[in-house]
Design a protein around this ligand. Structure first.
Ligand code: SF4
Length: 235
């Protein structure tokens, strides 16, 4: 039922047209904290520029940080670069969580979608469906579950009337409390960091012109370097 629903309703996503582990890794890291619609053009541009792990490894961290601008949570870009450097030098590790920035979910997603491993990547959508249905799904259902969670089994008001699992679902017809909102970006320290990094990505600048706290935090993450009171991207 679920798989035939997926056959008719699958979202057309560019990373579903490949089984290249590097391309899947890029998509999964971008999707960690950025919405699908915003990721699609950035994923295509990234692969156009750096089509392989070796190509990305050969890029400078500064170029990677510039290319990542606008996706948010910039450490992800830097970690992706570090992961590519590891892959280019040593190949893919068996345990993908050895790669920088790759946690159990991302490892499971790359394992399933690219390497055909028998593991179900459980993101928020998949977990929600498992909790509501009380069912443990097979790894082969991963993409279908992700689309079902994104378009039908929604967090607050699920669309049970069009759900392929409705006949067996004990939660059918329920409504849920609004989720906790993500903390506001406007006026946040995250925004100050993003603004500061954008300025430095444009050109190196004297420390005195910048938000010192944001610079210190960015430097701790390796996103900028400070030398003789001048702030620049890592070389
Ligand atoms: S019937 Fe409703 S609650 Fe159950 S899986 Fe489908 S959409 Fe979610």
């Amino acid at each position: 039922m679920l798989l035939s629903w997926f056959g008719a309703n699958a979202r057309d996503l560019p990373w579903r047209k490949t089984r290249d582990p590097y391309a899947i890794l890029v998509s999964e890291v971008m999707l960690q904290q950025t919405q699908v619609e915003r990721v699609i053009p950035r994923y295509l541009a990234w692969l156009g520029r750096w089509p392989t792990a070796a190509a990305l490894a050969a890029a400078s961290p500064a170029d990677v940080i510039r290319e990542w601008q606008g996706l948010g949570y910039n450490r992800r870009g830097l970690n992706l670069h570090r992961a590519a450097t590891h892959i280019a030098a040593h190949g893919w590790p068996d345990d993908l969580t050895e790669l920088p920035g790759v946690g159990p979910y991302t490892a499971a997603a790359v394992g399933n979608f690219a390497l055909g491993r028998d593991v179900l990547p459980v993101d928020t959508n998949v977990r929600r469906i498992e909790e509501r249905t009380g069912h443990d799904f097979e790894p082969a259902a991963a993409q279908a579950l992700m689309d079902l969670g994104a378009t039908v089994c929604l967090a607050r008001v699920p669309r049970c009337g069009v759900c392929p699992l409705a006949a067996l679902c004990p939660s059918r017809g329920r409504r849920y409390e609004p989720l906790r909102k993500q903390s506001r970006f406007e006026g946040s320290f995250r925004q100050r960091r993003a603004h500061t990094l954008r300025l430095v990505a444009d050109q190196e600048r004297p420390l005195s012109e910048l938000d010192g706290e944001a610079v210190a935090s960015l430097a701790r993450d390796g996103l900028v370097r400070v030398e003789s009171d001048v702030v620049a991207l890592p070389s």
